[in-house]
Design a binder for this molecule. Structure first.
Ligand SMILES: Cc1cc2nc3c(=O)[nH]c(=O)nc-3n(C[C@H](O)[C@H](O)[C@H](O)COP(=O)(O)O)c2cc1C
Length: 212
């Protein structure tokens, strides 16, 4: 049985990213895999790469040696047959929690060796889900498409074949009237959440099933 690790890198459990990650994990499960969902922001404290270069030494080659909340996650990914990553867009990039995992996941396999730039012998398919306030139609114009291409390239080089799923125009809060947020149309946000978001959940489910 295939083993899928699904990571929610949003601090808001039960919200957009987390629901999409769950839907993708459900798709993988119903396609016959076991799926372990991990909420990054529930873990013990962790940090990004600290540049110790332990992963470049012969004894611990290719393995992040930093010991914190992410160690077990990295171990699980090492044994997995597929990986689901989900992160909201924060300030034009992914969350700090996502970046910490991403740095350590990718850098441990990067060798600085001309003959063998990637030492990961267990490449696995990746589904990378990202959500944002802004609409998908402006991703290209504001540089998000290029930013996501960068992630796809790195993931494909060091983790495995990657697919990207984007979900824009998300509902950010239940009640927009509590805030002085003049840039949003709360009615449009609600409608989008009720009409378009369920289709995104279905898409995530299908992507998840496709990982298996
Ligand atoms: C700190 C912070 C920064 C954000 N920056 C952006 C941004 O640059 N572009 C954007 O489209 N949305 C931005 N958002 C909105 C989130 O990406 C969006 O609401 C996302 O769907 C939230 O995911 P969640 O519901 O899983 O928490 C930001 C939200 C927060 C809290």
């Amino acid at each position: 049985m295939k083993n899928i690790v699904a990571i929610n890198a949003s601090p808001r459990i039960g919200w957009n990213t987390s629901q999409l990650v769950e839907a993708a994990a459900k798709g993988a499960k119903e396609a016959g895999a076991v799926a372990d969902i991990i909420d990054l922001y529930k873990l013990e404290p962790f940090q990004g790469c600290i540049s110790c270069f332990g992963c470049k030494l012969p004894k611990t080659f290719g393995r992040c040696v930093s010991k914190d909340g992410l160690s077990e996650v990295l171990d699980k990914i090492r044994k997995a047959d597929g990986l689901i990553l989900g992160s909201p867009n924060y300030l034009g990039n992914m969350t700090a929690g996502f970046r910490a995992l991403y740095e350590r996941l990718v850098f441990q396999s990067l060798t600085y060796n001309k003959e063998r730039p990637n030492c990961n012998e267990h490449m696995i398919p990746v589904l990378f889900i990202t959500t944002s306030n802004c609409d998908e139609s402006i991703y290209n114009k504001i540089g998000y498409t290029a930013m996501l291409e960068g992630y796809k390239n790195m993931l494909e080089r060091f983790v495995g074949p990657a697919k990207i799923m984007i979900c824009g125009n998300t509902l950010q809060v239940d009640d927009y009237s509590k805030y002085d947020w003049t840039v949003f149309d709360p009615v449009q946000k609600k409608v989008n959440h009720e009409v378009a978001f369920p289709l995104k959940l279905k898409e995530a489910y299908e992507f998840g099933a496709g990982l298996v």
